[in-house]
Ligand binder design. Structure first.
Ligand SMILES: Nc1nc2c(ncn2[C@@H]2O[C@H](COP(=O)(O)OP(=O)(O)OP(=O)(O)O)[C@@H](O)[C@H]2O)c(=O)[nH]1
Ligand SMILES: [Mg+2]
Length: 196
């Protein structure tokens, strides 16, 4: 039987480059940005959780569990991940950001294959050039290590990843899959591309 995978969509940042507008909720071609991400994930995972530090009621409209960072000091993506790792009952947690609307349809299966093939604890997606900082699959037993790292005052995702056995899965075959929307200008550009 295929192992159980839960996904967490990280929407817990301050979105300063989006003028402070909650990135997951901004409209992209008639849908909240996070809807595009949800649509990409529903057929890939067993459960979805949404991590948000504001506007929780609005995020609840999609029917998934919504939770804030256990430590709500905006300590970065690891703060959302560690909370999700402690909540999930699945064998693996898939982490994605709310501002990446074109994720691969085979994201979870390929990350899982890479992780198993390399007997790793974490599998990180790459676009062929760059590792994607918050697109990864990992094992929930890493919660303790991540918590210790955060408690020590560290925040950097790649520094924590480097403490574990990491597999990299290249999605160079899908060069646009990780287009990331951080600013109103990037959002407008993507909206035009999608509309074509
Ligand atoms: N849970 C949680 N997620 C975060 C935090 N900071 C960033 N993220 C998430 O990490 C992902 C990548 O972060 P960025 O693209 O830099 O988002 P951001 O920090 O909201 O935006 P900027 O303020 O413009 O840098 C996004 O999905 C964010 O929601 C945080 O403090 N807590
Ligand atoms: Mg971003």
């Amino acid at each position: 039987m295929a192992p159980q995978i839960d996904a967490v969509i990280l929407a817990g940042g301050m979105a300063r480059r989006m003028g402070g507008n909650d990135k997951g909720l901004v409209d992209l071609n008639g849908q909240a940005m996070i809807c595009h991400t949800i649509d990409k994930l529903t057929n890939q995972v067993d459960g979805i959780m949404i991590n948000a530090n504001r506007n929780q009621k609005q995020y609840e409209q999609w029917g998934y569990t919504v939770f804030n960072d256990q430590d709500s000091g905006y300590l970065g993506p690891l703060a959302g991940m560690v909370t999700a790792l402690k909540k999930t009952q699945a064998e693996y947690l898939l982490v994605v950001p709310c501002d990446c609307p074109r994720l691969p349809d085979d994201l979870a299966s390929r990350l899982l294959a890479a992780l198993e093939r390399e007997q790793a604890d974490i599998a990180i997606a790459s676009d062929g050039k760059y590792e994607q900082p918050v697109v990864l699959l990992l094992k929930p037993h890493l919660a303790q290590s991540m918590q210790t790292f955060l408690d020590g005052g560290d925040r950097k995702v790649f520094l924590w990843y480097s403490q574990h056995k990491v597999a990299i899965e290249s999605f160079a075959d899908q060069p646009n899959a990780f287009v990331n929307v951080n600013t109103p200008e990037q959002k407008q550009l993507l909206a035009q591309q999608i509309a074509k």
